[in-house]
Structures are given as structure tokens and as C-alpha cells.
Design a protein around this ligand. Structure first.
Ligand code: BGC
Length: 261
């Protein structure tokens, strides 16, 4: 774990006025960092902790708590998780432990971390960050962010307002969830070249763009770092952009989702 560049408060804790801790929960690691909620900038360095196994809600929250303690952080936490989140409960578990289904995760975070903590879907969190600070800034109309990773996450905005929990990675394409054949992990699993994978992406995105007619489509997820190898292979009726906050988008967006008091 890397220490924050900022000096801790003399009491040993960080002053959390205007700041929030963001945590982005992934299958192999949880990325954590302190974010200025006004500017959206990360304060100091981000840290990564290994996702516990099994990654139950309790174990994940305990891992975030341990990291927060090491950072001297006692303020509110925004947590991004790869699941549908409604009224503080997680309702799906496509790529995480099944115990997340029905978990009262926000109550657990409020009890274990800080009473003002919030939990949001990871793609929605990334979208919040990109629309506020990155590739989705000032987009008028419909802006869709797709995160291409282990699964496919989606965040849909209309004039900057989020329509939460869209789960477009689970659109049925050729009889199964699109993410099964089209995620970045499917590319690795099936040993696909970029042209072969881009053909699958084209097939899926023709459908997505036909039903939603987005004005701007933003690609996020680790594979977006190689966007110049596959974005030019796509032919779609939409302006394509690449996410700017890259791997930090989830944690920044989660922190931005913490309400101002
Ligand atoms: C989940 C989404 C998540 C996406 C990216 C999908 O399998 O259903 O909730 O946003 O993966 O992590």
C-alpha cells in the first residue's frame, strides 16, 4: 500500500471537509483513493488491496475499512460495485460472490465505514466521473459509457442526468448476455485478435445504437488504453470517444456520488 502524499491531520486522521474516499470493487482488486468532491481530483496516491476470497459483502467492506484506517481516513466513503444497486441494496451478482444478491450493502457501509457512505454500480460511477470531468463533459443529448472488462458495464446519461442500473452488458445477443461473448475477458478467453473481437463488438453495438441512438458513446475499461487498435475497426452511427480517467473513473465517480452536506 502506498501512503497518501498529503499530510495526515495532527490527530492522525485526514480532514474530510470537501473530500470523500472512493472505492472501486473489482474481481481481483479494490482500488481506493481520496477525492476532492468539488474538483473531482484525486488527493495523493491511490491504493490497491486484493479483493478478499470469498468476496462476500462483509469481507469486502472489512477490506475497505482496513485500507481506510491505514490512510487515516474517517470520513464518508463512496463504494462502486459490479452489481445493480437499488435503494442501497445489491440485486445482482454476475461476476461477484452470489451473497451480494439482496445484501443491504449501503447499511453495512454506513455502519462499518461512515454514516454518509453510499454505494453505486461501478459503471454508473465511472460514467459519473467521465461526464463530470472526462470524455463526457458537456455532452448534450444521450451519452452512453460502456466499460469493457470482466463484464460489460453501462452508464446512460441524458443531458448529463444518469439513468442508473442500465445493465446493457446483459442484453441478449445470439441467445446469451452480450458480455459473455463481447467483454474484454471474452477476448482473452477465446484468444481473439483485435479484428475478431471488434467484429463481435460491432454486432453488439449495432443493436445498442439502434435501440438507444446515443449522441456520444464512450469506451472505458482497461482495454480502452488500446483503443487505437480496435476503435477504428468499428463502423457505427455515433461519435465514439475514449474514457479519459481510465482506471480511476470508478473510484472518482463513487466519491462524487457521496452527497454534499
Ligand atoms: C454487471 C454490472 C457491472 C459490469 C461491469 C456486469 O457483469 O452486471 O453491474 O457494471 O459487469 O463490472
Amino acid at each position: 500500500m502506498t501512503a497518501l502524499d498529503t499530510q495526515p491531520h495532527p490527530s492522525g486522521t485526514l480532514d474530510h471537509d470537501g473530500l470523500a474516499l472512493g472505492a472501486d470493487v473489482g474481481g481481483s482488486s479494490i482500488k481506493i483513493g481520496v477525492v476532492n468532491r468539488h474538483s473531482g481530483q484525486i488527493v495523493g496516491s491511490t491504493v490497491k488491496v486484493t479483493t478478499p476470497k470469498p468476496a462476500t459483502p462483509e469481507a469486502v467492506v472489512a477490506a475497505i475499512k482496513g485500507a481506510a484506517e491505514k490512510l487515516g481516513w474517517t470520513g464518508p466513503v463512496g463504494v462502486a460495485v459490479p452489481a445493480v444497486v437499488r435503494a442501497g441494496r445489491t440485486h445482482s451478482a454476475a461476476n461477484i460472490d452470489p451473497s451480494w444478491i439482496g445484501a443491504d450493502i449501503e447499511a453495512l457501509c454506513r455502519q462499518e465505514l461512515h454514516p454518509d457512505s453510499v454505494v453505486v454500480n461501478d459503471a454508473d460511477a465511472a460514467g459519473i466521473a467521465e461526464v463530470r470531468l472526462g470524455a463526457g463533459r458537456e455532452v448534450r443529448g444521450t451519452c452512453l459509457l460502456l466499460t469493457l472488462g470482466t463484464g460489460i458495464g453501462s452508464a446512460l446519461f441524458t443531458n448529463g442526468v444518469l439513468v442508473a442500473n442500465t445493465e446493457l452488458g446483459h442484453l441478449r445477443i445470439d441467445g446469451d448476455s452480450a458480455e459473455k461473448s463481447t467483454s474484454a475477458s471474452a477476448k482473452v478467453r477465446d484468444g481473439l485478435s483485435y479484428p475478431d473481437w471488434a467484429a463481435r463488438l460491432q454486432h453488439y453495438l449495432e443493436y445498442v445504437t439502434k435501440v438507444l441512438t446515443p449522441d456520444v458513446l464512450i469506451f472505458g475499461g482497461g482495454i480502452s488504453a488500446d483503443a487505437d487498435l480496435w476503435v477504428p475497426l468499428l463502423d457505427l452511427p455515433v461519435e465514439i470517444r475514449v474514457a479519459q480517467l481510465r482506471n480511476d473513473a470508478g473510484l472518482v465517480g463513487a466519491a462524487l456520488a457521496v452527497p454534499h452536506r
